[in-house]
Design a binder for this molecule. Structure first.
Ligand SMILES: Cc1cc2nc3c(=O)[nH]c(=O)nc-3n(C[C@H](O)[C@H](O)[C@H](O)COP(=O)(O)OP(=O)(O)OC[C@H]3O[C@@H](n4cnc5c(N)ncnc54)[C@H](O)[C@@H]3O)c2cc1C
Length: 450
């Protein structure tokens, strides 16, 4: 970012013209990394408007795959890749699958395109990842206690954000990074709905020292049961996480968990009951958990477009309501920001000759390339999520009928998630550019010659 001698961002662009003003609604993972990515261009100024009054240590574990980590590195966010903030497997297996009763390893995933341990799947407490991103952003661009309730866009002028406290903010573009329940999305796509998937995660995060002398396999693993799973992992800064959960049929009016509220305290007694017949190691992890918090899972269908009136676009969970599937949300948000940065620099590269802001046509082009880079991948993932949602009832039924042999076969035939965790954003960007150029050439070729 262009800096003055005191280290403050300059008001004007590289050549002294007015900066292109970006207003970001939401200061979560997506909002912060988008700010970092766009501030790479010295002609851009960013303001972040976050609804929370303060950033607190809310949340539990969040994983970043090689895709998100590589994008962070390309954006220069080295501190988030450090072993000081997250934990990586000691083996080369990003995920290990264990039998719920015997503890045997019945499957494992492998990294396919990863050349350095730095890019191995890393697991953080969400607050630590958030803090690592915050360290890369000038504090004066963040405005807390600013809940966006509405956005108006004028293709010729810009975007106005309306906040709950009655104030407003104007910018050249608005980026909705306000999470799965996004108000920015609701403004432009009021018909989009979210539904409870039937799954409620039960999460705890605590000091690993609480496990005392327990002997257990060091590496993170999913323990697979007939109708429920259990996950455990070391996190950065000496923390440890456990994630259990239960599946219910969301179409059943009496389904357990349907009234669960996000981040509410749950019952440790019920948690223990749910896993009472499981392997002693799992039960010991649960015994060590000081509390349990509920995270009911919500998801929604793919959006036709993420951009509106050439002035507003969406990133992160606001753009794709995949409901936390495959622990992909953090990396998807980071890859969105990186793709937006690539699109931005393609259409409006930082240059000393820069005098004007991008035109509305150029902004439209940036958004078009951004969507063309991200949507094919994200929509494929949403397709998988919605297919598996349809099977939620089956999961509940499976608990009553599945044999041990069938469980092992299910694990051996599971989908290999490497296309999600090792997705190549640069490659997708190149394909998007080529496709757009081919479409433009076709369009020009079909015009009658004068
Ligand atoms: C407090 C919190 C804890 C989480 N904990 C976990 C976790 O433990 N594990 C996990 O896998 N995922 C967790 N998630 C979700 C995960 O962070 C996201 O799926 C992923 O990182 C994508 O990030 P995002 O920025 O798109 O959405 P989010 O991380 O949800 O961030 C959205 C941000 O926008 C703010 N916001 C929402 N509405 C408005 C509004 N109207 N105006 C202004 N600001 C608004 C929110 O306060 C939040 O800071 C958590 C999300 C939050 C908000």
């Amino acid at each position: 970012m262009a800096q003055n001698p005191a280290g403050k961002p300059l008001e004007n662009g590289a050549s002294g013209g007015p900066k292109f003003k970006v207003a970001i609604a939401g200061g979560g993972i997506a909002g912060l990394i988008t700010a970092i990515a766009l501030l790479k261009n010295p002609g851009v100024s960013v303001q972040i408007y976050e609804r929370a009054k303060e950033f607190k240590e809310i949340g539990a574990s969040i994983g970043l795959g090689p895709n998100g980590l590589r994008s962070l590195e390309k954006l220069g966010v080295e501190n988030a890749l450090s072993d000081d903030v997250s934990a990586r497997q000691s083996s080369a297996w990003p995920m290990i699958y264990r039998h719920w009763k015997t503890g045997e390893v019945i499957g494992h995933d492998v990294h396919k395109t990863v050349e350095t341990k730095k890019h191995f799947t890393a697991r953080f407490h969400r607050a630590h990842l958030h803090q690592a991103l915050l360290e890369n952003i000038p504090s004066d661009v963040i405005h807390l206690n600013k809940k966006t309730i509405d956005v108006k866009a004028d293709p010729d002028k810009g975007a106005t954000l309306y906040f709950e406290d009655g104030t407003t903010a104007e910018a050249d573009i608005c980026i909705g990074a306000d999470g799965i329940h996004s108000n920015v999305r609701k403004t432009f796509v009021p018909s989009h709905t979210l539904h409870w998937t039937g799954w409620v995660a039960l999460r705890a995060t605590f000091e690993a020292s609480r496990l005392k002398d327990l002997e257990f396999p060091e590496d993170a693993a999913h323990w697979i049961g007939h109708d429920r799973n259990f996950f455990h992992s070391h996190l950065g800064k000496g923390l440890f996480t456990t994630v259990g959960g239960f599946h219910a049929d969301p179409s059943d009016p009496n389904a357990p968990g349907q009234d669960a509220k996000w981040d509410d305290l749950g019952s440790l007694k019920d948690f223990k009951e749910l896993y009472k017949d499981w392997n002693p190691t799992v039960r010991a992890f649960i015994e060590a958990s000081p509390y349990i918090r509920l995270f009911p899972n919500f998801a929604g269908k793919a959006l036709d477009t993420w951009s509106f009136d050439n002035r507003v676009t969406l990133v992160g969970d606001a753009a794709h309501t995949h409901g936390g599937a495959f622990a992909a949300g953090g990396s998807l948000a980071i890859d969105d920001a990186y793709a937006l940065h690539l699109a931005f620099n393609h259409v409006w590269p930082a240059s000393p000759a820069q005098t004007d802001k991008p035109t509305k046509e150029q902004i439209g082009e940036i958004f078009r390339i951004y969507e063309a880079t991200r949507q094919p991948h994200v929509n494929r993932l949403l397709g998988v999520v919605h297919n598996s949602l349809a099977g939620q009832k089956t999961t509940v039924e499976r608990g009553k009928t599945e044999t041990d042999e069938q469980l092992r076969e299910r694990v051996s035939k599971r989908m290999d998630p490497w296309w999600i965790s090792e997705h190549d954003v640069d490659g997708a960007f190149q394909v998007a550019i080529e496709n757009i150029e081919i479409a433009q050439e076709k369009q020009e070729g079909s015009r009658p010659r004068l």
